[in-house]
Design a binder for this molecule. Structure first.
Ligand code: DON
Length: 318
């Protein structure tokens, strides 16, 4: 189906959005493509038929279908929100100097991307840039830094989030590659606290449980210039919010970010547990959950449902 509207004004009325969210679920629930992630052992237990979606409008209205309340680990979708918190603390200019904002065009856990980039800065949406981002989290102790992360992510969601201890343990036992990335960055002067501490905090932030509904609210907070549309809490200043959307557009779906922008025309961010968040600036946030992933690590059903909703709701920014 082609676009039914151009990107102006607000979302269509609540009944229309509700109907389209349901239609997206029905249309893509039968899809069987993709593979559930298993490189973090505990994630392999996810069922491939789980599928939930939610749209949150900037007026705080929510529309959900399927398993929008099933908890899963946020994984890489923590990256834009932690970047947002660090930007808020440091300012967008300093964050760019320390972390970098350019696309790598390479897989999310690429070591070569660090080697190929002359100044060793990395986009905060890939692991190297994300671990560098986490190493900038303010706090005197590990516990203080972790509290900053968990409280900050919770403010985006508008409720108290918690870490999934089993996911954390599973990834902490198998994240040697991320430990290596953190040490390599340290060697290049691009790690801003102890590399093991940064990797541990990053592993914890990835293990925070969310639902598709949470992702929609978190996305709507970025769509609303940094104000959570449900709690009305200002989590982020508007100028920082713009920077976050820019890095998401650049690398939110890794090496497929160009294809994503070409088709969907919105900033998004995926996670290996099957989550996907997409932001329609000024309008709302879309959260989807479906564990089977494509080769780049992006949820297959999530991408299809989001593309459908972007077209039908006229969200494409271009
Ligand atoms: O660093 C990792 O490998 C995971 N904690 C997160 C990766 C991820 O979600 C990549 N996404 N699609």
């Amino acid at each position: 189906a082609g676009p039914t509207a151009v990107s102006t004004g607000q979302l269509p009325g609540a009944a229309a959005v509700e109907g389209l969210v349901r239609a997206a679920w029905e249309r893509y629930a039968p899809v069987t493509d993709g593979k559930v992630a298993d490189y973090i052992p505990v994630l392999a237990a996810a069922r491939p038929d789980w599928f939930g979606l939610c749209v949150a409008a900037v007026d705080g209205t929510l529309h959900a279908a399927g398993e929008a309340d099933r908890a899963f680990s946020i994984q890489s979708i923590s990256k834009p929100f932690v970047f947002a918190l660090v930007c808020q603390a440091l300012g967008g200019g300093r964050a760019r100097e320390c972390i970098g904002v350019n696309a790598t065009g390479l897989p999310f856990n690429s070591v070569m991307a660090i080697e190929l980039n002359r100044d060793r800065t990395m986009n905060p949406m890939v692991n190297a840039g994300a671990i560098a981002t986490t190493s900038l989290v303010p706090g005197r102790t590990h516990a203080e830094k972790w509290r900053f992360l968990l409280e900050g992510l919770s403010r985006f969601a508008g409720r108290d989030l918690a870490m999934d201890a089993a996911v954390y343990a599973s990834e902490a036992a198998t994240n040697q590659r991320n430990q290596g990335i953190a040490r390599l960055l340290q060697g290049y002067g691009r790690m801003y606290c102890d590399p093991d501490e940064a990797t541990d905090l990053y592993t914890r932030q990835c293990a925070v449980n969310v639902t598709a509904r949470d992702l929609a609210v978190m996305g709507a907070t970025l769509a609303d210039g940094g104000v959570n549309p449900v709690t009305r809490d200002r989590v982020l200043d508007a100028d920082r919010c713009q920077r976050v959307l820019a890095v998401m557009a650049t690398a939110g779906l890794y090496e497929q970010s160009g294809d994503w922008l070409y088709e969907v025309g919105l900033p998004g961010k995926s996670g290996v547990a099957g989550g996907l968040v997409t932001i329609a600036p000024g309008k709302g946030g879309l959260g989807t959950f479906s564990p089977p992933l494509d080769e780049a690590g992006n949820s297959v059903r999530g991408q299809l449902a989001t593309r459908f909703l972007s077209e039908q709701l006229g969200l494409n920014l271009f």
